[in-house]
Design a protein around this ligand. Structure first.
Ligand code: HPA
Ligand code: ZN
Length: 335
């Protein structure tokens, strides 16, 4: 079963590149760049990965990103993720990055986008992973700062697939970013947003109606609002669900309590993703496996989750059809 799950051709639609920074690479980059870390060893750092909510994670996640300074650092970070993703059967990755985490430390946005994009090009050539890059605005910062970030990114718009919204959710509703999302959509960028992770269903409504998002990241709290569930089901708005993240950040107490099957039973288009795999104890294959074990998923249920990830991607219809055919050939050969 583990081999079957890892080999399933799939798309990953919710992964923060800064959240793929493994402690070993963090220490290597810190040494290379002369950055002082608060932790004495990889073991000490890993031991600090005990979170009680989203904010307690974000504090350490932003701290870790401080060792990323040069174009090559962003390349190395992205390449390491792509190798792990490819080993987990990922054929398409739509990857978040948080430019403000870096520009606020004086790193030019061109350095960030350049390093990540160069690795993504090599990922297509050498690993067969196609990809897109989604610029996330940090919602705990001002709408004005988001606007400035979009402005700075526009010269690189050809390297971007879309915009997203992440960081501390509660108290920072999507409505704060209505204008900047409208400008991004006018520039031809796709729109997604984190909503309904810790925040209420009203944030999911706002993401749909004000930001006009095409996918909702997390969205698990949508279940608290029947009318919202009906809307998401009717329009087949994909949710990018991250089970191990929800476990580590105490959105659920036990993986067996995860609402993924409730979401599916309500007719929602659910995908499985890793969020911040270096911090949450597993890459996308581990997230599929955790669900498989908790809910005793069979081959056909796992195939359907992988098919959802492909359908929910921003690939063209032709590319989706090709990848879905590859998925079905794989399942047929393996079962
Ligand atoms: N939620 C909000 N912001 C984030 C996350 C998340 O799960 N991961 C990285 N930034
Ligand atoms: Zn996320």
């Amino acid at each position: 079963m583990e081999d079957f799950v890892r080999g399933l051709p799939k798309a990953e639609l919710h992964v923060h590149i800064e959240g793929t920074l493994e402690p070993e690479l963090m220490f290597a980059l810190a040494a290379r760049n002369g950055v002082e870390l608060r932790f004495g060893s990889v073991g000490e750092l890993r031991a600090a990965y005990e979170f009680h909510d989203l904010q307690s994670f974000l504090d350490i996640y932003y701290e870790g990103a401080a060792c990323l300074l040069h174009e090559q650092d962003f390349y190395d970070l992205t390449w390491a993720y792509l190798e792990r993703a490819a080993a987990d059967g990922v054929r398409r990755a739509e990857i978040f990055f948080d430019p403000q985490t870096h520009t606020d430390r004086g790193v030019p946005i061109a350095t960030v986008i350049g390093g990540i994009s160069r690795a993504l090009e090599d990922g297509l050539d050498r690993l067969g992973v196609s990809s897109g890059l989604i610029l996330c605005f940090l919602r705990h910062l001002s709408a004005e700062a988001a606007g400035e970030t979009l402005q700075a990114a526009l010269p690189h718009v050809g390297m971007l697939l879309g915009v997203g919204l992440d960081s501390s959710e509660v108290g920072h509703p999507p409505s704060k970013f209505t204008e900047v999302f409208a400008r991004a959509r006018e520039a031809g960028l796709r729109a997604v947003a984190h909503a309904g992770e810790e925040g209420p269903p009203s944030y999911v409504w706002e993401a749909l109606d004000l930001l006009r998002v095409e996918r909702v990241d997390h969205g698990v709290r949508s279940l608290e609002d029947e009318a919202l569930v009906a809307r998401l089901a009717a329009q087949q708005v994909p949710l990018t669900v991250c089970p191990l993240s929800n476990l580590k950040l105490k959105v659920v107490d036990r993986i067996e309590d995860h609402p993924i099957q409730k979401l599916q039973d309500a007719g929602l288009l659910v995908t499985v993703n890793s969020d911040d795999p270096a911090y949450f104890g597993g890459y996308v294959g581990d997230n599929y496996l955790a669900l498989q074990r908790a809910f005793e998923l069979d081959h056909s249920q796992l195939r359907d989750l992988a098919a959802n990830s492909i359908s929910a991607s921003f690939l063209s219809d032709d590319d989706k059809a090709e990848l879905l055919a590859e998925l079905d050939a794989y399942v047929q050969a393996a079962t």
